[in-house]
Design a protein around this ligand. Structure first.
Ligand SMILES: [Zn+2]
Length: 282
């Protein structure tokens, strides 16, 4: 059984009115950090889970119709805050990143892929199938910007083997099955239905013995799963399946009550980031 080290970092952020996320009537703006994880695997080397935004996002949304994305979702991404820049600041060459594991293909998760020229990209096949032939407005409607993918994406992309789901560690109950990515018990891909087709959560077995469960956009904040907050009608239009979204959200809420020691990490939750700061490398 292997284990990994992991660290949470943020590459850019966007703003939305709070009522869209928490279903209340607060019109005040909330900032949503775009989190990614830097993972050190003892045999497979360095890898990332998602990338957050990068300056490539600004290039990809310069013209219409893609410009609409920036109008609807104002994005901040300073050049020194991209995933690649932050890795360099830590003495890591982005060329040394071996894998980028993609939760799904929304722009705030794949925004920095072009900065990792040697990485292999791992994802669930359904997620790729849902977007691979989209362009222009039909891509935009799925929050997918094809210009964010490196030109050799198809060559370096690989679907995770899902033929034989295996039992997850009992601590993850009610999530019972997942896919052991490297066959060594260190990292499991878990399907999280509802937000986007083929969205993948990632369970990390840390060297401390604890588990991290990165749940991407299965919920936007920890408050959403604690209080089982259904999303605003506007965001429901973007979701692949609202019923499945609610089911997944309820399971995450159940997990947090049954196993409070499992750290649940939504991609855009400031509160979770704060609670992990300082202890970010585990
Ligand atoms: Zn998303």
């Amino acid at each position: 059984m292997n284990s990994v080290q992991a660290e949470l970092l943020v590459a850019g952020s966007c703003t939305h009115p709070e009522h869209i996320v928490h279903g209340n009537w607060r019109l005040s703006s909330m900032q949503f950090p775009a989190t990614f994880a830097l993972i050190r695997h003892p045999d497979k080397g360095l890898m990332l889970y998602d990338t957050g935004y990068s300056t490539q996002f600004l290039k990809a949304t310069e013209k219409l119709p893609e410009r609409l994305y920036r109008w609807i979702t104002p994005v901040t991404i300073p050049e020194d805050q991209t995933a690649a820049a932050q890795l360099r600041a830590r003495g890591i060459d982005p060329e040394d990143v071996k894998f980028v594991i993609l939760s799904h293909f929304h722009a705030d998760h794949v925004g920095g892929l072009v900065d990792f020229p040697r990485a292999q990209f791992l994802f669930l096949e359904d997620a790729w199938k849902a977007v691979k032939d989209l362009s222009g407005l039909s891509a935009l409607r799925r929050a997918f910007l094809p210009a964010l993918l490196p030109t050799d994406f198809r060559k370096r992309g690989q679907a995770i083997e899902t033929g034989r789901p295996m039992a997850l560690p009992s601590e993850l109950d009610p999530f019972t099955h997942g896919h052991d990515i490297f066959g060594d018990g260190s990292m499991y891909a878990v399907e999280l239905d509802g937000h986007a087709i083929g969205q993948m959560g990632l369970v990390l077995r840390l060297q401390t013995g604890a588990f991290w469960f990165l749940v991407a956009d299965a919920c936007w904040t920890s408050r959403c799963y604690r209080e089982r907050i259904s999303p605003h009608v506007v965001t429901r239009l973007l979701f692949n399946n609202t019923r499945e979204y609610r089911r997944t959200l309820a399971r995450i809420g159940d997990l947090s009550e049954r196993s409070p020691e499992v750290q649940i990490i939504p991609s855009h939750c400031t509160e979770t980031l704060r609670s992990l700061s300082g202890a970010a490398r585990s």
